[in-house]
Every structure is written in structure tokens, then in C-alpha cells.
Write a protein that binds this ligand. Structure first.
Ligand SMILES: Cc1cc2nc3c(=O)[nH]c(=O)nc-3n(C[C@H](O)[C@H](O)[C@H](O)COP(=O)(O)OP(=O)(O)OC[C@H]3O[C@@H](n4cnc5c(N)ncnc54)[C@H](O)[C@@H]3O)c2cc1C
Length: 463
């Protein structure tokens, strides 16, 4: 009997897996376990007999054949965030949009420390007793993983962004044994997987009372950390305690460094991210699944948090968050925090918020129909997407997409064979400069034909 395909047949074998690991929790036979693949990502592997009932697929955020009632983020948000007062096709359901930071946690966090503030607040109020967030794996800090915190001190130890593959499978193994309520921090696809699990298992709805959504520009392979360590002068087997967002409080928010320790001399080595080139707009070391994600702002979380890549906030190297509250509880935590003087926030207009994630909207909405077309052409399956909100793209932007997809694949293959940043940079130089050339043409044309410029020309012609 092999009636329903498994997550391995439909998702892993189509390179759509993001490694969230909820399939391992959902499998009634414990037939799945998580392992590193050859490209530095976590994927499920079969470790026991499959009952062929497809439970694993029901929680997969990239399931190409989901049930109609939970087909996309739209259906799921109708189920989980029905109380939200506003909605917008680009960002989903929401209550309020803010920008600002936490007095207490700003300097020890990646952006403004609002994630740590919200979670601490929920813990102190007794609304939750446990938090699943991403922390160092062991005392040597060789890698990161999801871990359970039960106190403020434990939670703070897990602050800061880790651009490192993680999986929820290790903590979900323990969720049924935990007494009390749980909050979880995660990027959009992980949050979607949790919502799917809550949908099919009402006890999880009661147990997981709050989701902190991390706005995500793409999940990177472990190779990304190895590359940055190598760029800082530490070879891939010798780094420990990688740190992705070392702030320079005397500079701008974007002027941060990567750092890690070397096992050779136990010294910390750092490298300015500006010096390694564009790691986000190029697709380097990114998971393929991210190219089929249209949830830019973590639409299914109670609260979504990102970096305020907006003037004047990005001029402040101490870091600032953009914040979208979606549930009533999230809005209350934020309003109470403002009133108590614990967080410094101001309202942000929808347009300004959209502007703060402009690059991600361009790539993941405007570029998506082209990428889906390419995938279909190559006989690959793609999960149902809300392409009605994506808009149309110009030829020059489609060329940029073509090269980004190429850079993504080539970077992973290249690092697998040459785990040294000097060799890698040399081998990637040609394709990266081609991508840069087409990106410059696209940016130039976009600026030339922007609404502002066209309005100015129209005004001149009229006068
Ligand atoms: C992979 C990734 C890509 C991102 N891309 C963007 C982007 O394109 N645009 C943007 O505006 N913001 C992006 N961010 C979010 C940004 O870096 C901050 O995490 C966010 O603004 C919250 O900042 P904070 O100061 O409030 O968080 P903090 O108070 O520092 O707390 C961060 C919380 O996130 C948890 N965490 C860290 N790494 C991970 C992870 N990999 N998965 C799940 N939880 C994690 C920590 O355990 C901690 O609880 C990204 C984050 C990640 C992890």
C-alpha cells in the first residue's frame, strides 16, 4: 500500500524542504528524523516504517498539495487571526504597525530587542511558562538549535539573530510533556508549520498561546556561516560561537559585523559584513524553498518583527525594530509596554512599513510568477501561491531573477567543493558581476520610470 506520497517524495525530493521538522513530530510511526544534507540544510529522512497516510505532509509549509481549507496564509489567518481589525494584501491581517526599540534589551539584541521584550513580558505576566527560541547548542557553541527557556535569564541568552539552519523537531519532541503554555519564535514558514499543526491538533492550539514572527529575507545554509568564518580568517572546522549581528553603535544599523572564535587560539575574529559584498540580494547560500515563499512579513504570527531599514532609524547603529501586531494580546503587550515606558515606539504608516521591506517584496512578490513559470518549465512542483498580489515584472527584472536563481544553486555547489572564501570568491566573481550588472540596469530603469520622476517630468511639461 503506497496511496499517499510522503513529505520526502513531494517536498524533499522537489528541493522544497525548509527543515522545520514538524513532519517528524506529526508522523504517528516516528518514521522520520532530521539530518544535515550535503548542502548544509536540515531535511527529514526516513528512519522507520511509513504508514503511508500522509500525516507528515499535513503540517508541511511547502506541501504542494495542501487541503483547500488551509491552502495558503489567507485561509490560515482567517482561522487564527480573525480578530484583527485591518488587513492588506501585502502584509495580511494586523492591528497596529510601529517602529522603535526596548530600553532594556536593545543593545543585547539584533534590532531593537522587541522580540526579547515581548517574550519576557509574557513570561513575567504568567501568560506563558516556556519559550522555544534559538540558542547555542552546547557549552562550546559550535552551532545553534531550538531550545526551551523557562526563565528570563535563559531567554536572554538566546537573543540575537542567527542566520543558521535550525529545526523545531528537537523541541516539539518534548512539547507534550511540558506543563503550562508555550511561546515560539520563528520565521514565516516555521510559523506556518506550527499553525498547520495547531489546525489538525486542537491541544496544540491551547498549549501554544503566542507566536513571535521573525520577518525573514531567506533561510541560509550552514555554508553561509562557514563562508563568513573563513572570510574572518577561521577555517570551517575551527570556528565556534558564530555571531551574526555585532553592532557598531557609533555607526549605522547596516554597518554590522560577523564574528566567531577560532579553536586554534581561542581568539575572536570579526569581519565587517559590508566587506563581503551583498549576501541578501544575490541569493547566495539560500534555500530553494525561500524562492517559493510569498509571506514577506510572517503573516500568521501574533506579532511580526523586523529591522527598520528606513531613514532616520537605520542611521542609528543601536538598532530599531519594525513591528506589526496581529492578535489582540500582542497589541495589548505593546500598548502596555509603551504606557509603562519600557519600550520607545511610535506608529508607522503602512506605506513606510512596506518601504522598510521593499527589497523582499520585490523579490518575493514581483519576482515570484517568473520563478514559478521556470519551475513548471523544469517539471518541478510548486505549492499554491497567492500570485494575484504579485504584480507583473519587466524583462530586466526577470533577467535579474534568472541570475539570482543561478547564483543560489552555484554558490551551494561551489562551497561544497571549495570551502575556502578566497577560492569561492574567485570562482563566483564572474556570475556575481553579471548579476550585479543586470541589477544595476534594473535599478537604474526603475528609478528613471519611478512615479516621482514621471510626476516631475509631467510637471515640467505642463509649466
Ligand atoms: C534568517 C533570518 C532572516 C532575516 N531577514 C530579515 C529581513 O530580510 N528583513 C528584516 O527586517 N528582518 C530580518 N530578520 C529579522 C531581524 O534580524 C531580527 O531578528 C528581528 O528584527 C528581531 O529583532 P529583535 O532585536 O527584536 O530580536 P532579539 O531580541 O534579538 O531576539 C531575536 C529572537 O529570534 C530568535 N532567533 C534567532 N535566530 C533565529 C532563527 N534563525 N529562527 C528563529 N528564531 C531565531 C532568537 O532566539 C530570539 O528569541 C531576519 C532574521 C532571521 C533569523
Amino acid at each position: 500500500m503506497n496511496s499517499i506520497p510522503s513529505v520526502i517524495d513531494l517536498v524533499v525530493n522537489n528541493d522544497l524542504c525548509i527543515g522545520c521538522g514538524l513532519c517528524t513530530y506529526k508522523c504517528p510511526n516516528n518514521a522520520l528524523g532530521m539530518e544535515w544534507n550535503d548542502y548544509g540544510f536540515f531535511v527529514p529522512v526516513q528512519i522507520g516504517a511509513c504508514n503511508n497516510a500522509g500525516a507528515c505532509l499535513s503540517v508541511c509549509p511547502f506541501n504542494p498539495e495542501p487541503e483547500k481549507e488551509v491552502q495558503t496564509e489567507d485561509e490560515l489567518s482567517d482561522i487564527f487571526l480573525s480578530d484583527a481589525i485591518s488587513s492588506h494584501p501585502k502584509i495580511g491581517k494586523y492591528n497596529g504597525i510601529y517602529v522603535g526599540y526596548s530600553n532594556e534589551f536593545r543593545l543585547t539584541s539584533s534590532s531593537g530587542g522587541i522580540a526579547t521584550f515581548v517574550l519576557t513580558n509574557l513570561l513575567e505576566r504568567g501568560i506563558i511558562q516556556h519559550i522555544f527560541s534559538v540558542k547555542e547548542s552546547d557549552i562550546h557553541g559550535t552551532h545553534y538549535e531550538y531550545a526551551i527557556s523557562n526563565s528570563k535569564q535563559e531567554l536572554i541568552a538566546g537573543s540575537k539573530t542567527k542566520y543558521y539552519p535550525v529545526t523545531l523537531s528537537s523541541v516539539f519532541d518534548k512539547i507534550d510533556e511540558l506543563e503550562g503554555k508555550v511561546a515560539i519564535v520563528g520565521v514565516a514558514c516555521f510559523i506556518k508549520a506550527i499553525r498547520l499543526a495547531q489546525h489538525s491538533n486542537p491541544s496544540l492550539k491551547k498549549k501554544i498561546t503566542f507566536l513571535v514572527g521573525i520577518i525573514c529575507g531567506g533561510v541560509k545554509s550552514r555554508f553561509f556561516t562557514e563562508y563568513l568564518s573563513s572570510s574572518a580568517g577561521v577555517t570551517k572546522d575551527l570556528y565556534y560561537k558564530p555571531e551574526f549581528r555585532i553592532k557598531d553603535t557609533s555607526s549605522t544599523a547596516g554597518d554590522y559585523s560577523f564574528g566567531c572564535f577560532s579553536k586554534k587560539d581561542n581568539q575572536k575574529k570579526t569581519v565587517k559584513m559590508k566587506s563581503v559584498g551583498d549576501m541578501w540580494g544575490t541569493g547566495l547560500f539560500k534555500a530553494n524553498a525561500c524562492d517559493y515563499c510569498d509571506d514577506v512579513t510572517t503573516e500568521l504570527a501574533d506579532i511580526s518583527l523586523g529591522d527598520a531599514w528606513l531613514s532616520p532609524f537605520m542611521q542609528d547603529g543601536k538598532g530599531t525594530n519594525v513591528i506589526v501586531t496581529r492578535s489582540t494580546l500582542a497589541e495589548k503587550v505593546i500598548i502596555d509596554g509603551i504606557n509603562a515606558g519600557k519600550i520607545q515606539l511610535e506608529k508607522l504608516s503602512l506605506d513606510r512599513f512596506l518601504d522598510s521591506q521593499k527589497g523582499s517584496f520585490n523579490h518575493r512578490h514581483t519576482g515570484l510568477p517568473y520563478r514559478i513559470k521556470q519551475a513548471n518549465k523544469n517539471g518541478l512542483v510548486v505549492p499554491p501561491k497567492r500570485i494575484d498580489r504579485c504584480g507583473s515584472s519587466t524583462l530586466d527584472f526577470r533577467i535579474v531573477q534568472y541570475y539570482r536563481m543561478k547564483v543560489r544553486i552555484i554558490s551551494l555547489d561551489m562551497w561544497k567543493d571549495n570551502a575556502d572564501s578566497t577560492i569561492f570568491n574567485d570562482k563566483m566573481k564572474r556570475i556575481l558581476s553579471t548579476l550585479k550588472r543586470f541589477t544595476t540596469i534594473y535599478h537604474y530603469k526603475r528609478a528613471l520610470f519611478s512615479k516621482d520622476v514621471l510626476n516631475k517630468i509631467a510637471c515640467r511639461l505642463r509649466s
